[in-house]
Design a protein around this ligand. Structure first.
Ligand SMILES: Cc1ncc(COP(=O)(O)O)c(C=O)c1O
Length: 442
């Protein structure tokens, strides 16, 4: 914006302007998250001003000690020199199966519970099998807004995808919208995250039922990305074996793959381990078209001995023991992992209020009739500005975040804020910066 240089902004405007120019980015709002991280690092270095950094979804809490110890013990026992089994070590498979029973109330055989190198690899492997199982079904449907890297994976693979922003199709409206895609017959897979990155919407039971019923009707596989497992803090999802449970499409169709990340719920992002859970029904199904790429037509077999084998020959041996130890503690009721990450919800509640009090608006704000949960992310806008303008302008006020434009959202005014890096001690700074911003723009 032209006149930031004549106003006193919280961060030296001439430095911000220079760095923006030097970055070579045509529009900073269209930069990838990592490009933005680099730019803000540079501004911080030159001005000595610490930003309110909300651009990157990294855990801001330490991992559970039981996981670290599990991993250290495994290393001491010598696992580092041994290749792990591709399908995962027995003790982890058992705990994953217990975990989905305890926290989702669904039954999946241990055999069908597989560790992956983060959910990121779980998604990549799932695409390799799910999107190639039927020659006529060559397109993935993303229920957006979504995590941009999964679309990048599609591009890397040369796979086709379609997408729509679910904002205007909540509740019963979702059925007709989904059917308009599925009835064409080319959709192999539906993917969404729940709770959703970036909007933090959570599908209602009605919506999950619609998705599940249609997946069965059109024989489409649902990849349910549970990267923020049990983090809908409106419900107490923390008690093993006690309702309520993490909501899931698994209650409504047998055509599912669950991708459960350990990165956020267990603050274990650095160890790159996630869980892929394939329904008993799907794991055992045969798809003749898989033989074009894999040795067999078995879905589960192709996933393990085709996709995961060729990607990385399994998942880090010691990390499997670390995750197994955390899951065991959670399953036994000895580790309340939900209580630990609730801090994100508390922060979001306070931060959202600071934004609203200073003229900002929340973009995705409802799950049908219920106000959105407070969690890892929230979305905001400022009247009269589109998100690219707003994102750039906020940099002068020491605030960084990402635009929803890169996430498949149609809400071109929206910005995603991630609360994980904003410790409570920064709230005063945030409040002051938002106040100055509002004074300068209202
Ligand atoms: C929706 C979503 N899916 C998947 C991932 C990746 O998870 P992982 O760290 O387990 O690879 C993330 C991480 O931010 C995410 O937000």
């Amino acid at each position: 914006m032209g006149d930031t240089l004549t106003r006193k902004t919280p961060v030296d405007a001439s430095v911000v302007k220079n760095k923006l120019e030097q970055s070579g980015l045509e529009k900073v709002g269209l930069a990838s998250i990592r490009e933005l991280v680099r730019l803000v690092n540079e501004i911080e270095k030159e001005t000595g001003e610490k930003y309110i950094r909300m651009e990157m979804g990294v855990p801001g809490l330490p991992p559970a000690q039981v996981g670290i110890e599990g991993e250290i013990n495994a290393l001491k026992s010598g696992v580092a020199s041994k290749y792990p089994m591709i399908e995962g070590v027995d003790i982890l498979k058992k705990e994953i199966s217990r975990f989905v029973k305890n926290f989702m109330n669904i039954e999946v055989d241990e055999k069908n519970c597989i560790p992956t190198v983060g959910s990121m690899q779980g998604a990549f492997a799932s695409f390799l099998v799910s999107c190639r199982r039927d020659i006529k079904k060559d397109t993935t449907l993303f229920i957006d807004p979504g995590f941009p890297v999964q679309k990048m994976q599609h591009n890397v693979l040369g796979f086709k995808h379609e997408t729509f922003d679910v904002y205007n199709y909540r509740g019963d409206k979702l059925r007709a919208k989904l059917e308009s895609y599925l009835e064409k017959g080319n959709i192999s897979t539906i993917l969404y995250s729940n709770p959703n990155n970036p909007s933090w919407i959570c599908f209602t039971e009605k919506e999950l039922q619609i998705i599940g019923e249609l997946a069965t009707k059109y024989d489409v596989i649902v990849m349910e990305d549970l990267a923020y497992f049990a983090m809908d803090f409106r419900k107490d999802l923390s008690k093993p074996g006690v309702a309520p449970y993490q909501s899931s499409v698994a209650n409504y169709t047998g055509n599912y793959i669950l991708l459960i990340s350990s990165s956020k719920s267990f603050s274990y992002a650095g160890q790159r381990i996630g869980m892929m859970v394939i329904s008993n029904e799907l794991f055992n199904r045969q798809f003749p078209d898989l033989k074009r790429f894999f040795k067999t037509d078995g879905f589960g077999y192709s996933m393990i001995y085709g996709a995961l084998y060729s990607l990385s020959s399994g998942t880090s041996h010691s990390a499997q023991y670390g995750l197994a130890a955390m899951l065991k503690a959670a399953n036994d009721g000895d580790l309340d992992f939900v209580e630990i990450v609730k801090e994100y919800g508390e922060r979001a509640k306070i931060m959202k209020k600071l934004f609203i009090d200073n003229g900002f608006e929340i973009v995705y704000d409802m799950d049908e009739n219920e106000p959105l949960a407070d969690g890892f992310y929230f979305t905001f806008s400022y009247p009269g500005m589109d998100s690219l303008e707003l994102l750039e302008e906020l940099l002068y006020y020491g605030i960084s975040a990402i635009s929803l434009v890169t996430t498949g959202s149609e809400r071109t005014e929206g910005i995603r804020a991630c609360v994980s890096q904003i410790h409570r001690s920064r709230f005063k700074d945030l409040e002051h910066r938002l106040q100055v911003f509002n004074e300068h723009h209202s």
